[in-house]
Design a protein around this ligand. Structure first.
Ligand code: NAD
Length: 347
């Protein structure tokens, strides 16, 4: 297939681009190159004859129309977004503009292209979203695809709005869409403002390891390469108009997760004295911090036969290895605006 991937210089988008090219698909990577983008993430496929890059913003309808006509994609995989919850607390405007208005512009450009080309039945608009749209859970229960939407941060509210737009374009205009909502990703090329890389990199620099609140917040952790694999499967085999929850089947509290990373680092790069866990520091909680997310993976498992390939311990060990071997990549990003600062604290 010829895939138009938005946000392909980001963390998950670049994993999708690398895997799609490795599987023989052609990819057009459309990215605005915001602070979160790293073109190096796709360096290994940049010279592939099936790869093309388009520097464009999903809010720019003129650019989108040109790109659709120039490349005539078989499918869109829409990952471009503002993605950091803490930044959405400090500056929700760009989240509304990119995640909602940008998705609207992309849907309209895709619809116009699809209509111009005779409404091909096999065209797909795959919208990639988050489990955060479902809100927060107590100690029990899991999110299914039918869980009521209840977003609680500017980020998750903007993603929820974009999900609604995608469903509406399917119901109203018949645009062939498919959605997926996944849990917290981690793995290689993760931008150094998110929890897992912050912990690894602070530990390597002997800096405090910040844990929000008491560290009891629970997330389901999904290795990014497993997510990319699931996304290509959903695109190829998922039922039209349907959504699929994608999880890692690995729930951990933030404190457990951080302790696991410390134990892996203690083995791979021991400190002169003590454990990296001695650097753990509890800091002010995030306002409106959701207590627990958990994914019921039954639909994707039963309908598409998909399960994650690694446990969080295996995936974190691979991730730590990657950061140890790629210091040049992450050092260069630590100077970017806001990286390393505490963001998203209620004024
Ligand atoms: P990311 O922040 O690492 O990358 C986002 C990419 O989108 C960047 O390359 C950026 O330049 C690009 N982008 C931003 N605004 C743009 C615009 N207006 N036009 C074109 N490109 C733009 O994000 P990520 O973590 O890779 O997440 C990708 C998608 O997956 C997002 O839609 C996110 O909501 C969703 N998601 C992420 C997670 C996670 O754990 N990271 C979990 C569930 C869902």
């Amino acid at each position: 297939m010829k895939l138009l991937v938005t946000g392909g210089c980001g963390f998950i988008g670049s994993a999708v681009v690398r895997l799609a090219i490795a599987r023989g698909h052609a990819v057009i990577n459309l990215d605005a190159l915001t602070y979160a983008a790293c073109p190096d993430n796709v360096a290994e496929v940049a010279e592939d004859p099936g790869y093309a890059f388009e520097h464009a913003d999903i809010r720019d309808r003129v650019a989108l129309d040109r790109i659709f006509e120039a490349h005539t994609p078989d499918a869109v995989m829409h990952l471009a977004a503002e993605s950091h919850v803490d930044r959405s607390i400090d500056g929700p405007g760009t989240f509304i503009e990119t995640n909602i208005t940008g998705t609207y512009q992309l849907l309209e450009a895709a619809r116009a292209f699809w209509v111009r080309h005779g409404k091909p039945e096999d065209f797909r608009f795959h919208h990639i979203s988050t489990d955060e749209v479902f809100g927060t859970l107590g100690a029990e229960g899991q999110f299914t695809e039918d869980t009521r939407y209840d977003p609680r941060s500017p980020y998750s509210a903007s993603k929820a709005a974009s999900d609604h737009l995608v469903r509406a374009w399917n119901e109203t205009y018949g645009l062939p869409v498919i959605l997926s909502n996944c849990s917290n990703n981690y793995g290689p090329f993760h931008f150094p403002e998110k929890l897992v890389p912050v912990i690894i990199l602070n530990a390597l620099d002997e800096k405090p390891l910040p844990i929000y609140g008491d560290g009891s917040n629970v997330r389901d952790w999904l290795y990014v390469e497993d997510h990319a694999d699931a996304l290509l499967l959903v695109l190829e085999k998922g039922k039209l108009g349907r959504s699929y929850n994608i999880g890692g089947e690995n729930e951990r509290s933030n404190l457990e997760l951080v302790r696991t990373i410390c134990a892996i680092l203690d083995e791979k790069r021991p400190r002169d004295e003590g454990s990296y866990a001695d650097l753990i520091e509890f800091v002010a909680d995030r306002p409106g911090h959701d207590a627990r997310y958990a994914i019921d993976p039954e639909r994707i498992r039963e309908e598409l036969g998909w399960r994650p390939s690694v446990t969080v311990e295996e995936g974190l060990a691979r991730t730590v290895d990657w950061y140890l071997m790629n210091e040049g990549w992450w050092r260069a990003l630590q100077d970017r605006d806001g990286v390393g600062a505490r963001l998203g604290v209620r004024p």
